[in-house]
Structure formats: C-alpha cells, structure tokens
Design a protein around this ligand. Structure first.
Ligand SMILES: Cc1cc2nc3c(=O)[nH]c(=O)nc-3n(C[C@H](O)[C@H](O)[C@H](O)COP(=O)(O)OP(=O)(O)OC[C@H]3O[C@@H](n4cnc5c(N)ncnc54)[C@H](O)[C@@H]3O)c2cc1C
Length: 234
C-alpha cells in the first residue's frame, strides 16, 4: 500500500518516531510489523527495504514506526529515512506477524525489551489503553544508558510500571543496572505455568536470553520471541 509520510518526532537523542498516513484505515493487530520500501541513490548492502514494528496502535489514525538512528554511521536506508520530507509517498507492506497479545486476557505476561525492542509493547500498551482492556503485565526494559529512557507518558497513561535496567549507568542511577538476565526476568517469584514471557530486541541478545531462560527451567512454549536483526546486543 502507499502511505504518506506526515512528520517525525524525536523520542530521545537517537530514537525517532516516523508517522505515516494511509489512504484508508489499515487493519492490524498490536505488535505486528511491516516492510517499508525507501528507494534512494546508491543504497548500501542493507538495501532499500527494512522491517519495522508498528509502534502505533490499531486504534490510532496514523501508522508509526520507531527506530534508532546512528547518524552518519547508519545505513543508507536510515540516513534517507531521516531526510524524508512531509508529503512524500512511500510503499509499505500490509502488517504481518504473530508477536501479538495472546487470546486469553487472563494470561500473566512478562514483557522483556532490549533497547529499541520496546516497539511492539508500545503498540500493545497503547491498544490496551485505548480499548480499556486490563491484562496482568510486568515490563522489563534493558537499555544502554539513562539517555535511552523514553515513552514515560504512555507508561503513566496505562499505569504500567517499568523496571528499567541500565547497562552503563552514571553513578547517580539508583535503579537496576547491568545486563538483562534470567535472574532479573524471573525475579523473586518464578512466573507460573500459565504465564508467557515475551522477548523483543537485537537478535543475538534475544537468542541468548531465550536459551538462558530455557536452561533456567522455563519451557519453550512459555517463551515468545521477536528478533530485530541489524543491531548489536545491548
Ligand atoms: C520483525 C522485525 C521487526 C523490526 N522492528 C524494528 C523496530 O521497530 N525498530 C527498529 O529500529 N528496527 C526494527 N527491526 C530491525 C530493522 O529492520 C533493521 O534491521 C534495524 O533497524 C537496523 O537498521 P540498519 O541495518 O539500517 O542499521 P542502522 O540502524 O543504521 O545501524 C545499526 C548498526 O549497524 C551499523 N551499520 C549500519 N549500516 C551498516 C553497513 N552498511 N555495514 C556495516 N554496519 C552497518 C551501524 O553503524 C550501527 O552500529 C525489525 C526487524 C524485524 C525483522
């Protein structure tokens, strides 16, 4: 489908959201992703097509993606994305993917995000806020530094407590620090057999964490993963 770029908003120093208007309302499920095509001169080996989770909710009029921009170190795709002019038409695939909320609303959920892997949960939490649906959710977010903290408005709106784990904090940081680990995810109380642990973020990180969780005794059927290629581990 063709969508029109509307505007972008900086979320932090290097995380930016891009808003697109579709011709007609698009049906999708919170947590799904799209493929965005951005033709540009002399694309590098990362190409003119990229996958992005829709960080907007289906209840909202625009389609939003949220991504980390590496400035001049970034791919040719990202450098051109950052230069999009409002009104520009681009091609977006239909939304797809099954990293979505489970059917049973009573299912206890542990959402684990590594860095920009927060995007599917932004969509899901916004959807819960817009529909008034209540679900038992615990959210853990591993980031590199305090400068990566964002989206507090949404977390406040849905009264969602977020445990932020900072890899390289400044000395004044009073919260959790280090790397996301099975110990942090499982916490003092191991999630019950009916719980699901969702994990989203850089591919090597999520692969390692899901294997470690499995080794720590969590059955594979309780682990739901969304891998973002192209990024380093947090
Ligand atoms: C289902 C799915 C959902 C996804 N959802 C999201 C999402 O919501 N948000 C999101 O940001 N990403 C998402 N991704 C990942 C996304 O598709 C990109 O792979 C990712 O953003 C990295 O983009 P990039 O390759 O343009 O690199 P950049 O983001 O520009 O750079 C990332 C790192 O790679 C280095 N790098 C960049 N270009 C090159 C190059 N040519 N050669 C070597 N190193 C290079 C940079 O220096 C930087 O360290 C998703 C992927 C999938 C499969």
């Amino acid at each position: 489908m063709q969508v029109i770029f509307d505007h972008s908003e900086a979320e932090t120093g290097n995380i930016t959201s891009f808003y697109f208007k579709p011709d007609q309302p698009v049906r999708y499920t919170a947590g799904q992703f799209i493929e965005l095509t951005l033709p540009h001169p002399r694309p590098d080996e990362r190409g003119i097509k990229h996958w992005f989770t829709l960080s907007s909710a289906p209840s909202q009029p625009y389609l939003r993606i949220t991504t980390r921009l590496a400035g001049e170190q970034g791919s040719s795709f990202k450098r051109n994305l950052a230069k999009l002019k409002p009104g520009k038409a681009v091609m977006m695939s239909d939304p797809m993917g099954d990293f979505v909320l489970p059917k049973l609303i009573q299912t206890p959920l542990v959402f684990v995000a590594g860095g920009i892997g927060i995007t599917p949960y932004l969509s899901m939490l916004q959807w819960l806020a817009d529909t008034g649906e209540q679900r038992p959710v615990k959210l853990l977010w591993g980031i590199n530094s305090e400068a990566d903290i964002a989206f507090q408005d949404l977390f406040d709106k849905v009264s969602q407590h977020v445990t932020v784990i900072v890899r390289n904090p400044a000395s004044a940081w009073g919260g959790e620090q280090g790397q996301l680990s099975p110990e942090l995810i499982l916490g003092l109380e191991k999630p019950g057999e009916d719980a699901l642990i969702y994990m989203s973020g850089p591919e090597p990180m999520i692969e390692g964490l899901s294997n470690d969780l499995h080794k720590a005794g969590v059955p594979r059927r309780q682990i739901v993963t969304d891998f973002f290629p192209g990024y380093e581990t947090i």
